[in-house]
Design a protein around this ligand. Sequence first.
Ligand code: HEC
Length: 199
Amino acid sequence: MKSKMYLTSLLTASTIAVSLLMSSSVSAKEYFTIKNGELERPSGFREWIYVGAPLTPDDMNNGKANFPEFHNVYIDPESWDHWKETGKFREGTVLIKEMVSVGTKSASSGKGYFMGKFMGLEATIKSKREFPDEPGNWAYFSFSTEDHKSLKKATKAEPTASCNACHDAAAEDDFVFTQYYPILKAGKANPEKAVGGEW
Ligand code: HEC
């Protein structure tokens, strides 16, 4: 009898240990690879969670905007789950900004701004392990090339002053411009509203 009870508790303990191990390995999944100080260009991100698409077109900025293209922004799925639960960006969060030119300005629906061609790719990653000295542990990367016709395979982090400082000054949530991403705004610590179907 005693040995049966012992066996049962041993089994229970090992089941708990295994599930803890599994959940921690799942939640630690990272969506980026850094080799020799360079971030490899992330792939597969169009299947992540799409959070918004800011646009500052040339013709609303004296003909020459600093960033004249659409910015399609994505967050990796594990960080989305964490954001829904906690309203915080986890260690290892990756946000991608894929730039798309303004194409045509008229469609059968009316005049406006419609997406044209892919023309650049940027990323920001929060990692205390990789970027202990960056403010908020966010580092910024650009894979765009000068002619906007191709992308770099890997790239080093941009200097803190070039990117991080502006994000620090004006972004609403931990260096991220959540004020312009309605999907992140709705989903902040709110799993029910995060998934759509309710505002
Ligand atoms: C002048 C201020 C400014 C500078 C400098 C700047 N950004 Fe941003 N960034 C923004 C704003 C505002 C947004 C959100 C609206 C938009 O995309 O237009 C944004 C959004 C982003 C996003 C989407 C995720 C997020 O944090 O909101 C990424 C990725 C990004 N920027 C990367 C970079 C990189 C890489 C650099 C440096 C090469 C850089 N940024 C420099 C203002 C800036």
